[in-house]
Design a protein around this ligand. Sequence first.
Ligand code: GDP
Ligand code: GDP
Length: 454
Amino acid sequence: MSVADTRFKPVVALVGRTNVGKSTLFNRLTRSRAALVANISGLTRDRHYGEGRVGDYPYIVVDTGGFEPVATRGILVEMARQTAQAIAESDVVIFLVDGREGINAHDHEIARLLRKSGQRVLLAVNKAEGMRDHAGLAQFHELGLGEPHPISAAHGDGVSALADEALAPLLAEQAAEAAGPDSGAAGEEGAPDHRIKLAIAGRPNVGKSTLINTLVGEERVIAYDLPGTTRDAIEIEFERGDRRYTLIDTAGLRRRGKVFETVEKFSVIKTLQAIEAANVVLLLIDASDGISDQDAHIAGFITETGRALVVGLNKWDAIDREQREWVQREYERKLRFLSFARVLNLSALKGQGVGPVLKAVDAAHAAAFAKLSTPKLTRTLQAAVEQQPPPRKGIFRPKMRYAHQGGQNPPRIIIHGNALDAVPDSYRRYLEGQFREAFKLAGTPLSVEFKTSH
Ligand code: GDP
Ligand code: GDP
């Protein structure tokens, strides 16, 4: 295999003090993603991480929230710490200042930290709509971060030019690679009998490294490549039976002797990148600890990316019957939106239940890449509509004519017809359930979309 045929998506961090317009800019940059996300049921959107696109190239946007670098206590310190981590892990920083208020002490302080970070920084002067001659921009040179870029996050002025400039060097790299003779990505799509790209995700201490060592330690390690740059995913290959897997690292693993050890603490960005780079995600939960908000949070990311999913309740060996029942109830209550995924218990430490987990991974992968024929999709659609027609809206009755497959991982089913704008979400979910049953699509989210012809 090539050294790193999986690349992480580039990361853009939005940094700036409160109220300069970070979340407004975030929403504008990530808007393209909303359509697909809206078609996958039960999502918990996280407003800090999203996907943007320049042309066909996706990138990850991180809104670092507030940044109060002079804070010394409590929650503000925690925020500053997370912001510092996001800056360190990003490929480029967009530093926002307020073009109406001008520079203040906080801006200077943040600018100083950014200069020290050594990261590439673009300075964006927001709220610049209607600023005629941009004479007011000159003062921002003082920050020592190069040319100020006037934008209006609220109105969109200058935003795509800014994104283009931020991403240009990173995308040029990618484009050069895609044009090269050894472009792994292109032929990858589609075939369930190829390697399964698997990410093992979960909060710290749930047992990710233990499981990886259990999986890899027992099997022949085929290749282990150290990455060339921070955006090369770290991959670990292993085989089980006749299946080949590529583990996409989420935990910052390094090889040491025969086993792998974690060298970095938990990183949301790394987790996100790995989830995005995988076909199937195994979400590990520490069953001895119950289901935490952070588990639900990571689960939300996974559904948002549309990746296939298996959930492993780990450390099953460490809990008694009463606790087991409690965890299962907690799961039902807090992770109901993962109803499409199989849940299995296991002990990574003792190697119990690992085989069934991998079987579920295989099944989820097959479902994510299933080929759904147009005739069968259309028959299923017609039967579903017959059994329960979509509700009228005013004088219009939505009319569904046929369905075809629009994509894989997750499978996208596009329904064509008339007056489909009015179809309520509950009916979309009903159809999703019917398709899921007809095609036995367990383990993957499913996107059902409507296309109205007028
Ligand atoms: P954050 O705290 O940095 O995330 O800032 P927000 O995105 O919440 O924006 C703070 C305020 O600035 C809100 O009232 C926004 O409506 C406003 N705002 C954001 N971008 C613009 C802009 O381009 N022009 C103007 N005039 N107001 C903006
Ligand atoms: P990571 O941070 O998710 O990579 O978690 P680790 O693999 O480092 O595991 C954290 C701790 O949980 C270690 O002390 C492991 O020995 C322990 N652990 C992991 N899996 C199991 C398991 O299946 N059963 C029990 N009892 N302990 C486990």
